[in-house]
Write a protein that binds this ligand. Structure first.
Ligand code: 2NL
Length: 341
């Protein structure tokens, strides 16, 4: 019996020594220590061992069992550590490496300037109305009191996409559509893209942005004084509180009386320079009291209602504000330029 136990021990230890995998270790463990295992059977059969040998054999069997169990546990632990070591090596994480930078977009500089301008009007109580870029003759020209032979209606001056359909030449169409649909009192600004057959240059784009606005109420409520007040307030909010502002009489088919508005040249402060052509002023905006024919065209009685309107381009103020010297940079999509704003 003793020899048999020693043999089981020697064989088990030898096999465990040669076991390379966890499965091989497990096979040996089950064969020796498992239910119905070599050692388990002997220990279960102790009753058949002669009584005088029982303590000795019993102790030996217990010692061998403990020894093999310890060896199995040690080998399993070694495998567990090796596996952990391997997985740490495979998924090595260097926490000192810089993170992955997620590219962050931004609004186009012209959009940023446009939103700043719209904020000022919103604060004064104006609504914002976005309308269509493709428009018919009525909403782009006729309703605005353009005479039938006005040069802007020629193919050479506008982008026609059909007999009675063109890319709008200003955002006035939006104001016409708002007035057609709704009744005064109204205070609305219409921002958006406009299109004219101008050559792309340092100073002009064939596609550009405009903000137009208007305010209409019962006769006597919205006057030329309010026009001057709103425009002056807007220009000082945008260009700075001390900006010089001047209104000059002018002409537009859709307003009467009409005015053009200049601000003190932001470059020379009025002394005269190349940008303001030595005049000390920069023309920035057109405005006036809405022409009775325009009010009639949208179904308003000019005897009951009156109001003012204004319009200006966004790109030129953007040039001045951002100190950019070539308008074409706004439509080249060059990130080296765009990322500066
Ligand atoms: C300019 C001048 C202006 C308007 C636009 C307007 C719109 C309606 C009725 C009356 Cl629906 N007027 N818009 C009025 C005066 C001037 O723009 O030089 N823009 C760049």
């Amino acid at each position: 019996m003793k020899e048999q136990l020693e043999k089981i021990r020697a064989q088990a230890l030898a096999e465990l020594g040669e076991s390379a995998t966890e499965e091989q270790i497990e096979t040996v463990r089950v064969r020796v220590l498992g239910r119905g295992g070599e050692l388990t059977d002997i220990m279960r059969g102790m009753r058949e061992v002669p009584a005088e040998q029982r303590p000795e054999i019993g102790q030996l069997a217990n010692r061998i069992k403990t020894e093999i169990e310890a060896r199995v546990a040690a080998l399993q632990e070694a495998h567990r550590l090796a596996a952990l070591e391997r997985s740490l090596g495979e998924t090595a994480l260097d926490v000192t490496l810089p993170g992955i930078r997620i590219p962050r977009g931004r609004l186009h500089p012209v959009t940023q300037i446009m939103e700043r301008m719209l904020d000022i009007f919103t604060q004064m109580g104006f609504e914002i109305a976005y309308t269509q870029d493709i428009e018919d003759d009525f909403h782009n020209f006729a309703a605005l009191n353009f005479p039938p032979d006005h040069p802007a209606r020629e193919m050479q001056d506008s982008f026609f996409v059909g007999a009675d359909l063109l890319l709008r030449t200003h955002t006035s169409n939006g104001q016409i559509r708002v007035m057609e649909k709704r009744k005064p009192p109204l205070a609305v600004v219409c921002p958006g893209a406009c299109y004219r057959r101008d050559e792309l240059s340092v100073r002009a784009l064939p596609m550009f942005n405009q903000i137009e606005g208007f305010m209409v109420d019962r006769t006597g409520v919205v006057t030329m004084a309010h026009l001057k007040g709103v425009i002056t307030e807007f220009l000082r909010a945008f260009y700075g509180g001390a900006t010089g502002v001047r209104f000059r009489a002018s002409f537009f088919p859709f307003t009467e009386p009409s005015a053009e508005v200049d601000i003190r040249c932001v470059l020379c402060g009025g002394a005269g320079c190349r940008v303001c052509k030595q005049s000390g002023w920069t023309e920035i905006l057109g405005c006036g009291m809405i022409h009775p024919n325009v009010l009639r065209a949208v179904g308003y009685d000019p005897g009951r209602y009156q109001g003012f309107a204004f319009g200006f381009g966004v790109e030129r103020p953007a040039l001045l504000k951002l100190a950019v010297d070539d308008m074409r940079l706004f439509c080249e999509n060059d990130l080296r330029f765009l990322e500066q704003f």
